[in-house]
Design a protein around this ligand. Sequence first.
Ligand code: URA
Length: 215
Amino acid sequence: MHTPDNTNFHLLDHPLIQHKLSLARRTETPTIQFRRLLKEISLLMGYEITRGLPLEHQLIDTPLESMQAPMIQGKKVAVVAILRAGLGMTSGLHELMPSAREGHIGLYRDPETKRPVEYLVKLPEPEGRLFILVDPMLATGHSAAYAIDVLNRHGVADLDIRFMALVAAPEGLAVLRETHPEVPVYAAALDRQLDDHAYIRPGLGDAGDRLFGTK
Ligand code: URA
């Protein structure tokens, strides 16, 4: 993991993550493989994101003796997908944390204002939970910032939120740093820039279309 000084951004540069992301980016990668790669990358990213979960020692018996063994300290986790592409990142995280709850935030872009508007919000109870908010492409950052606002309104503090993307654009990172500086952002790549259509370059195209095989 690479963390530039004084930022909330963490680049997950593990070779397996990088290799799988390169496969996912390729134009010729079909939907079935893209879906599998996104799941695998999310699982690998999940290791790093949960690194800070608090541990406590509990007394257990091995077949030979008793010992104080480290266990995760009852911190509950919720995975929240920003629809629809975020759905491609939840199953990998559930494989790591089968008891994590799952929430959904559906947003569309108002054609006039170009700003996000919510059409669906379903979230688990916030108490004592770490919320991992997922969306493969952190592009303009407006949906991500809006989704974090939704979590805040639901009673989740920025300190209890992690944002996880596959590919981030500098523009999106800047928006999150401005609006929610205390939310750590994790991504497998920081690409060059957004183009005039708000696509990330070089990117991987439309993540939702690639995941679901739509056009
Ligand atoms: N959403 C995508 O799916 N791809 C991008 O490049 C930007 C936003």
